[in-house]
Design a protein around this ligand. Structure first.
Ligand code: FAD
Length: 482
């Protein structure tokens, strides 16, 4: 039974529709800007049940069609409004091994929530916040029992990389009876969830919990294992029936302008990894130094740029600028994240392009020369093309800069895997419907195929490949020759 909050009546024909989503409590900007604790605090039980009760339980739910991993959204929301949270988390985990992560960082406004019918006249149901609520409820009361594992089918699959794509394929295949080993180059699992997205948006304890869930399904995790160096893909193929490459896109792009070798100039990858993975914000208690700059410029306008700018503030910077060559309308970051950054005091320099980094006599960055831009006709991405305004040079006084303009896949695996087709930007080429590469028994998915994208698209690619691997291997008798 659904309770309409506005009318106070049991839902159904004639009950009033509630168009206002419940806000989620957050830390206040003045408080959160100097700590690394999570900004959004999550729904209470009452708020979650109220929000869940807004769902109209559509017969043909457009929200589920908008989810790349096909979560049965009305079903888990119904469990919340009924107060049966254990059933809700079980329902979620049927299709999503990372609900606490997706509930926090998925761009729901572009996916499931975009297609919610309530969004036509008011606020869509806060699907992401409800997903997070269930995952947090489970964490607080102790894990629900993992689903029953089938008997082993005797086949072995290697997964390269432990980010969202790798975790999804590993969980899906373990639940189908495969013996799965996940190889990770770093000393911690989770991919960008661990080394990229900061603690204040995605606490690391949550990522470890989700990794533990996958391990509870019997997945073996091998850390500090660089495939392509420790062992090649071909070597893995001699002992595994199939290999899935989910090595992400960890190679940062630079602006290719003078001065990028100065001290105080970082890629977002390095800046965030030093802070998140190596605990640089706790230097000298941890031995990874990270410059405590007072004026920081971040180049780019996506989630990575917002995370870098907000990290710089928390590291004690007095002034942090986002320098972005297009306008506010084209910002690729989630609206919630750019709003959070603005609330915290990040200054946005729109229509501004850095053209030169200038150093002092000791080789440290001290100024950035920029040029103003205007917007022309739309380019291939559909966004209006930024055009430089001649004679519009300006200088910004800065002692650190962070470049967050994009990433490509690392070339190591393509370089050491003969016969693997690779695209112009170094991405592994696959058949979209299956995730198959040009090599036999080798699949790939996530950012290593698409270039830097989203957590949920990487998970969707993992799911697609798991189906295809299962179809292929279960069509054969026994395992591969070892
Ligand atoms: P990754 O998460 O990159 O994982 C790849 C893993 O493979 C890594 O752990 C890497 O160490 C390992 N690896 C690489 N090479 C090898 C090798 N040779 N051998 C063994 N292991 C290897 N997406 C969102 O949806 N919402 C957000 O809010 C968001 N914010 C982001 C913020 C930042 C700072 C960044 C960097 C990205 C953000 N993204 C966000 C993007 C999202 O995190 C990625 O699209 C997603 O993590 C890709 O998943 P993946 O599994 O393909 O790769």
């Amino acid at each position: 039974m659904r309770l309409s909050i506005l009318s106070g009546q049991v839902g159904g024909v004639g009950s009033k529709i509630d168009y206002d989503r419940r806000p989620m409590p957050k830390q206040e900007p003045f408080e959160r800007v100097r700590n690394f604790d999570e900004v959004a605090l999550g729904y209470t039980v009452d708020l979650a049940r109220e929000e869940a009760s807004r769902c109209l339980a559509c017969k043909k739910p457009a929200c589920t069609a908008g989810c790349p991993v096909g979560i049965d959204i009305p079903a888990f929301i119904n469990c919340i409004s009924e107060g049966d949270f254990a059933a809700g988390i079980r329902k979620l985990k049927e299709t999503n091994a990372l609900p606490a992560v997706c509930g926090r960082v998925c761009p729901q406004e572009e996916q499931c929530e975009k297609t919610c019918v309530l969004g036509k006249k008011g606020d869509p149901v806060a699907i992401g916040r409800l997903e997070r609520f269930l995952a947090d409820w489970e964490a607080a009361q102790g894990p629900i029992e993992p689903p029953p594992l089938p008997a082993s089918n005797g086949m072995r699959v290697a997964v390269v990389g432990s980010g969202p794509a790798g975790i999804t394929v590993a969980a899906d295949l373990a639940l189908l009876g495969y013996s799965v080993t996940m190889f990770e180059a770093l000393h911690e699992a989770g991919g960008v969830l661990t080394y990229g997205i900061p603690e204040f948006r995605l606490p690391k304890a949550i990522v470890s919990r989700e990794v533990d869930y996958v391990k509870s399904l019997g997945v073996e995790l091998r850390l500090d294992y660089v495939v392509g160096k420790t062992r090649t893909i071909d070597a893995l193929l001699t002992s595994f029936d199939a290999v899935f490459v989910a090595a992400g896109a960890g190679l940062p792009w630079f602006l290719e302008i003078p001065g990028e070798n100065l001290n105080g100039v970082y890629s977002a990858n390095e800046y965030l990894t030093r802070c998140n993975l190596m605990n640089g914000f706790l230097f000298p208690a941890y031995d990874t130094p990270l410059k405590r700059a007072s004026r920081v410029a971040v180049f780019g306008g996506g989630n990575v740029a917002m995370d870098s700018a907000r990290t710089a503030l928390r590291l004690g910077a007095d002034e942090v600028h986002i320098v972005y060559r297009r306008s506010r309308e084209e910002l690729p970051a989630r609206a919630e994240e750019s709003e959070n950054a603005e609330e915290e005091g990040v200054i946005f320099d729109f229509l501004t392009l850095p053209v030169r980094l200038i150093g002092d006599e000791r080789g440290w960055l001290c100024e950035i020369e920029c040029r103003r831009m205007e917007l022309g006709e739309p380019d291939a991405s559909g966004r209006r093309r930024p055009i430089e305004i001649p004679g519009s040079e300006l200088r910004l006084r800065m002692d650190a800069s962070v470049c967050a303009i994009g990433n490509s896949p690392n070339p190591l695996i393509p370089m050491t895997t003969p016969g693997l087709d690779v695209g112009k930007k170094g991405n592994i080429v696959v058949d979209e419907a299956t995730g198959r590469t040009s090599r036999e028994r080798l699949w790939a998915g996530g950012d290593v195929v698409t270039g830097a994208a989203t957590v949920i698209s990487a998970m969707g690619a993992g799911r697609t490949a798991a189906h295809s691997i299962h179809e292929t291997l279960s069509g054969r008798h026994g395992g591969a020759e070892r």
